[in-house]
Ligand binder design. Sequence first.
Ligand code: SF4
Ligand code: SF4
Length: 253
Amino acid sequence: MSVRPPDKVQPIQAVEEFSFNCGPEVPCFTECCRALDLVLTPYDALRLRHRLGLDSAAFLERYAVIEEHQDEAFSLVYLAMLEDERRRCPFVGPAGCTVYEDRPAACRAYPIGRGLRLTPCRSHLQELFVLVREDHCRGFEENRSITPEDWMADQGLEPYNRFSEAMLPLLRHPIILQGWQPTPEQQQEYLHTLYQLEYFRRRVAAGEISLPDEAEVKGQEAAELDDYQLLLAAIKWLPTTWPGHKSDGRLDK
Ligand code: SF4
Ligand code: SF4
């Protein structure tokens, strides 16, 4: 039995060129749209459910698998693959991605991986790129040179990146880095707040939630925000419910 060699991942600079193209003309077209462990960010899920015209509960029930992960404080929301032999993505069709304009960030970014890290003082973000070469992907044989920076722009990643950056202080909150384990109730609150925005909207409208100053909107105004603006407010509000939170992301001594 042949053993598949590990996928090759190499660091790449933002302005360093690589050869790649993808589209119906490549021989492997849609070969990658199956058997994926594709994590949906709250923004991915919101874009997809708007596209599909579903409320959050229906979207999660039909298209998501929620699982704990040993390296993460909070459960991850995965896109559920079909239960057929090839474990296809539910959105792949003969002509390609049927949700193309709203496909998740991971689908857009491949073959580039973008990492972010907070500087030690937590005041700036550093951007790092890697190039991921999957064995089945023939896109690297295409005659098109592009840089990670231009690929990101070409694939419409700007709003996705903006939401990822907003999530970073939450996902890399000092209390999480110190190994804090949320309670089951806090886990539920995380999923409800970020993936079931109707729940957060109801609570804001009912005056149950007092938004922090950094959310830059007050309760009454928040009830009138669109879902994307409200998600940004929710991302800023959630850590304020965690023990020892200070608005600058430090911990009480
Ligand atoms: S969402 Fe679209 S691009 Fe992403 S795996 Fe599914 S079919 Fe492919
Ligand atoms: S395997 Fe690579 S080139 Fe082929 S469709 Fe997927 S991303 Fe594009």
